[in-house]
Ligand binder design. Structure first.
Ligand code: G1P
Length: 290
């Protein structure tokens, strides 16, 4: 099996759930404590051996390009002012051996369509997809765990999680034919079924590993839910040709596309942040909630 060196970050969405914050700033640049969401996603990929980051951006996402570019004025300023720790943080955002490519999704036609915008850059390579909204706090990066499993079994793996049955209309929902430990062999997948139609409460979260075959299947996929071209429908098509496994990942996921999930992530990451954790914990312990 070819090793996974490329990841796609679909970051063209308008982030309407966070307006007005996202009127002029990309939602992926919202910080969890002091680091933007998209940087957590990039770090997860880089810590998993991936060295080519492909961002599928929209018109309003230039801040993401700037974030992953070098910033000579800032670097000079931090150097002159003798702030080596900050300088190191800035310079480490993208190590020298990592390559970034930015492609435009001209129209917001859905997640499947966003992935297909990266088709030329992916070529015939196997690749990963990370949705930055789904932030996962875990001992080892989820994509790294998935890559390890993939090496032993099949090239197509998606991360899954049990959710409340009332929430099925927010996720891709899988059904499975067999299961071994935390690996579920998919038998079907449906995008955002209503709770009364959903066959299980096993939801897809934003981590995927695919062979490049998925790209061809996306081009054959018609718009469905929300009038968009869904990756879920392309995965459904793939099932008739290849095995796909759902991996019930270890760790805690925060839905940072929702206000509540975003706030929870900030609390959990702040309680782990060496600069603020002590005082923040004290603050939380004394907070009066009516
Ligand atoms: C997308 C996918 C969905 C998946 C979800 C995970 O939905 O279409 O299948 O379960 O991400 O976060 P979105 O959240 O973009 O509506």
């Amino acid at each position: 099996m070819k090793s996974i060196k490329k990841v796609v970050f679909p970051v063209a969405g308008l982030g309407t759930r966070f307006l007005p914050a996202t009127k002029a700033s990309p939602k992926e640049m919202l910080p969890i404590v002091d680091k933007p969401l998209i940087q957590y996603a990039a770090e997860e990929a880089m810590h998993s051996g991936i060295n080519h980051l492909i961002f599928v951006i929209g018109r309003t996402k230039n801040a993401i390009i700037n974030h992953f570019d070098s910033a000579p004025e800032l670097e000079n300023e931090l150097f002159d002012k003798k702030k080596p720790a900050l300088l190191k943080i800035i310079k480490q955002i993208i190590p020298k051996n990592v390559h970034c490519t930015f492609v435009r999704q001209e129209n917001p036609l859905g997640l499947g369509h966003a992935i297909s915008c990266a088709a030329e850059i992916i070529g015939s390579d196997d690749f990963a997809i990370i949705l930055a909204d789904d932030l996962i706090k875990a001992k080892t990066p989820t994509i790294k765990d998935m890559i390890k499993i993939r090496d032993k079994s099949c090239p197509n793996i998606i991360a899954i999680e049990e959710i409340e049955k009332t929430e099925t209309d927010k996720y891709g929902i899988i059904e499975y034919s067999s299961k071994k430990k935390n690996l579920y062999k998919l038998s079907s997948i449906v995008e955002k079924p209503s709770p009364n139609k959903a066959k299980t409460n096993l939801a897809v979260v934003g981590r995927y590993l695919f062979s490049s075959d998925i790209l061809d299947l996306i081009t054959k996929t018609k718009p469905t839910v929300g009038g968009e071209i869904q990756i879920t429908d392309a995965i459904g098509k793939m099932l008739s040709k290849s095995d796909i496994y759902g991996y019930k990942f270890k760790g805690q996921r925060f839905d940072c596309g929702s206000k509540l999930g975003y706030l929870k992530a900030n609390v959990e990451y702040a309680l782990d942040h060496k600069e603020v954790k002590k005082d923040f914990k004290k603050y939380l312990q004394n907070i009066k909630i009516n």
